[in-house]
Design a protein around this ligand. Structure first.
Ligand code: FAD
Length: 419
């Protein structure tokens, strides 16, 4: 291509995963080019929760102040029963910040994406849009990508951050997204539309109910509220093509508490999302091509760790690149890529496997009905809100090397979802 400065690394996909990885790698002194399929960089959707294992990395990148100015630091995360609105358990997010050293934050997706996009611009990342990657190949000493319009490009390494339907993933495994029959509606609207509806102004609240749940939290300095309504679609279960329609949304929440009924009419009703994940894989690297973010580990959203894991991936890879980097020569960046990619693959797949499988279990627990629901409620009500055994492995410092005996850690946390 005619672009200046042959890059050391190509990143395919300019979502939160791709941009944050590009930034982290650029900070180690590498030249990075990002290719995005869309005509513009951007994010669809509403709010995003970012836990301390993410705000710690934002701080390391010098971006925490900007995130704080755009987001909200909620006071509590409260879990309630969706049927009777009774409180089940909570996390005190001020105490949680003391424990982990960094805040729990909620932020508009496009604001977080914009923070990374601007930081990439400042750092000199070469940002290219309208580039639909259709093929990846190793070249021996590097990797090459091909775009739908016939262009090609190559570099020492290609990072595939191309999301749930990753093309690069097919080099490693022939799997399909796993379909959960759950559907999400979202809304980010002025807070004034819900004030007085029993909404918590400073908390993340999740109402868990039979085959459904509802999430509410403030966004943009409290001027907006984020709502997510998720339910099992009978039509999706039956394999029908017109799954998840607004009539299904309303029916799914029939009989749920008044706070939810007041929030439902405000959901965006012209667009809804099917919930997918994929079975975990342990191999993310082939030669000089490495998966990152949803391409490697798309989760169900119940742990609110999808974007967070993607950000951790890039940060961990960059830490290992920094450790494996000798001086740049005329021909190479000086990185021992075999060592850096092996170190990345030694730690990230196992952590993300645990998050993906825990998210599935956590979702099941949320959606119980009948006696299982009552048992869950009893258990959650008896939980000590200051017991952090279930969150240490997620919110603690992002590991650079594999943890010893990871299965000994409890995995069901209190984290809720997102937007
Ligand atoms: P994506 O965001 O999918 O980005 C992939 C990018 O690659 C896109 O820009 C796409 O256009 C581009 N691309 C794709 N294919 C190609 C190609 N062939 N060539 C070039 N470019 C390509 N996570 C959290 O951490 N906290 C939350 O609270 C949270 N809430 C969520 C709520 C819902 C309802 C959902 C569905 C998800 C939630 N997540 C949350 C998960 C999070 O949104 C994702 O895990 C995260 O956005 C993944 O980022 P990514 O960059 O890996 O992939």
């Amino acid at each position: 291509p005619n672009r200046p400065n042959r890059p050391d690394v190509l990143v395919i996909g300019g979502g939160i995963g791709g941009l944050s990885a590009a930034l982290a790698l650029t900070r180690t002194g590498l030249r990075v080019r990002v290719y995005e399929r869309a005509a513009e960089f951007g994010e669809v959707g509403a709010g995003l929760q970012i836990a301390p294992n993410c705000t710690r990395i934002l701080d390391d990148c010098g971006l925490l102040d900007e995130a704080t100015s755009l987001g909200v630091r909620p006071e509590h995360m409260v879990m309630k029963d969706a049927v009777d609105a009774g409180e089940l358990t909570r996390l005190d997010l001020t105490d949680l910040q003391h424990r982990y050293g960094f805040p729990y934050m909620v932020i508009h997706r496009s604001d977080l994406h914009g923070i990374f996009l601007r930081a990439c611009g400042r750092a000199g990342v070469d940002l290219v849009t309208s580039s639909h990657c259709v093929a990846y190949e190793n070249t021996g000493g590097g990797a090459r990508v091909r775009f739908a319009d016939g262009r090609t490009d190559e570099a020492e390494v290609v990072i595939a951050a191309d999301g749930l339907h990753s093309v690069a993933r097919t080099l490693l495994v022939h799997d399909d997204p796993v379909n959960s029959a759950y559907v999400a509606y979202r809304a980010a609207i002025p807070f004034d539309h819900v004030r007085g509806n029993g909404v918590h102004e400073k908390d993340v609240v999740v109402y868990v109910g039979p085959r459904c749940h509802f999430v509410q939290y403030p966004l943009r300095g409290g001027r907006m509220v984020n709502q997510v309504a998720v339910f099992e679609s009978p039509k999706a279960l039956a394999g029908a093509a017109d799954w998840g329609t607004p009539d299904e949304l309303d029916r799914a929440f029939d009989g749920m508490c008044a706070q939810i009924q007041k929030g439902l009419p405000l959901m965006w009703r012209d667009r809804w999302w099917r919930m997918f994940d994929r079975d975990p894989i342990t191999n993310w690297v082939t030669g000089r091509i490495a998966l990152l973010g949803d391409a490697a580990h798309p989760p169900l959203q119940y742990m609110a760790q999808g974007a967070v894991m993607a950000i951790e991936d890039g940060w961990v890879l960059a830490e290992h690149v920094g450790a494996q980097r000798a001086a740049r020569s005329e021909r190479t960046s000086g990185v021992d890529w075999e060592a850096a990619l092996a170190a990345y693959e030694a730690v990230r797949p196992e952590h993300c496997r645990r998050v993906v499988t825990t998210a599935r279990a956590w979702g099941e627990l949320w959606h119980h009905d009948g006696i299982k629901r009552l048992r869950r409620n009893t258990l959650l009500r008896s939980r000590d809100p200051y017991d952090y055994t279930f969150t240490d492995w997620i919110y603690g410092p992002t590991a650079l090397t594999p943890e010893q005996e990871p299965e000994l850690y409890p995995t069901i946390p209190l984290g809720t979802e997102n937007g």
